[in-house]
Write a protein that binds this ligand. Structure first.
Ligand SMILES: Nc1ncnc2c1ncn2[C@@H]1O[C@H](COP(=O)(O)OP(=O)(O)OP(=O)(O)O)[C@@H](O)[C@H]1O
Ligand SMILES: [Mg+2]
Length: 253
């Protein structure tokens, strides 16, 4: 059994209304050999909420997103997407579920090198046998500022441009939940603002759920709440974060 969490908040918060949870983690531990990347984490993300996850490098943020999204399986504990228990699903079912219900912006972008920008963005639709809503596709492409680059291959793009393609790919299916792993790390403040506004609107306009990993207090201020991870545990939550309150909390972590 994993050790119980030291901080009371780490034990997490059961969803006030379980039907209202987009994703629920119950006592999730992820072990890589002797490294405990996630340590008995329980948390529930309300549908239509925007949460920022912060923490030092190596604190387990990417591992948290990978386990919460079904990209990786926890060593122990349970993850539910809505009412679906991911642990009970076979690999192929999990792949389909991720493709149809989850958007993921990878920290390393994970674009397909041989495909141009447009194909990369529409890949999740193509794999799911769906066609793009042309108006939404055009809007997403414009909003991330990639309309002039649709025929370029990833190697012909800057890091920030690749990152924006990765954001567009995660949003194009209008997934129930978007997990974004430092999606603005390579962007200038203005372009970062465009991407964050797009994520905020996904929550406000269409009730999607967004979980954003970031090191940037300004980015976290777009969220409804900020979670702080330390050594694989959730050690604090800050409601209605501002850049200033995040920075203050960060300094005392
Ligand atoms: N595939 C893996 N194999 C072995 N160890 C891993 C693996 N993935 C992550 N870890 C370890 O788990 C811990 C948490 O890593 P994780 O990538 O989740 O951190 P992070 O908070 O996302 O860091 P960063 O801010 O640098 O992206 C680290 O100690 C890391 O070395
Ligand atoms: Mg990471």
């Amino acid at each position: 059994m994993p050790a119980p969490n030291a901080a009371p908040s780490t034990a997490g918060r059961p969803a006030a209304d379980p039907g209202g949870a987009a994703v629920t983690l119950e006592r999730v531990t992820k072990q890589y050999g002797r490294v405990t990347a996630l340590d008995n984490v329980s948390w529930s993300f309300r549908r239509g909420s925007f949460t920022a996850i912060m923490g030092a490098s190596g604190s387990g943020k990417s591992t948290f997103l990978h386990c919460a999204s079904g990209l990786d399986r926890p060593t122990s504990g349970r993850v539910r997407l809505g009412d679906t228990d991911l642990g009970r699903m076979k690999e192929a079912q999990l792949t389909r579920l991720r493709r149809d219900r989850v958007g993921f912006v990878f920290q390393g972008y994970n674009l397909v090198p041989s495909m141009d920008v447009e194909r990369n963005i529409t890949l999740p639709l193509f794999l799911g046998g769906r066609t793009a809503d042309p108006r939404w596709l055009t809007e997403v492409v414009h909003r991330v500022g990639m309309a002039e680059r649709l025929a370029h291959k990833p190697a012909q793009l800057s890091g920030g441009q690749q990152q924006r393609v990765a954001v567009a790919r995660a949003l194009v299916t209008r997934p129930e939940i978007v997990f974004a792993d430092e999606p603005t790390a390579a962007l200038d403040p203005r372009t970062a603002g465009h991407v964050l506004r797009l994520l905020r609107e996904a929550v406000d306009a269409t009730g999607q759920t967004v979980v954003l990993v970031t090191h940037d207090p300004t980015a976290a201020a777009w969220a409804d709440s900020a979670l702080f991870l330390s050594e694989g545990r959730i050690v604090d939550e800050l409601a209605a974060p501002t850049a200033a309150t995040v920075l203050t909390r960060w300094e005392t972590l």
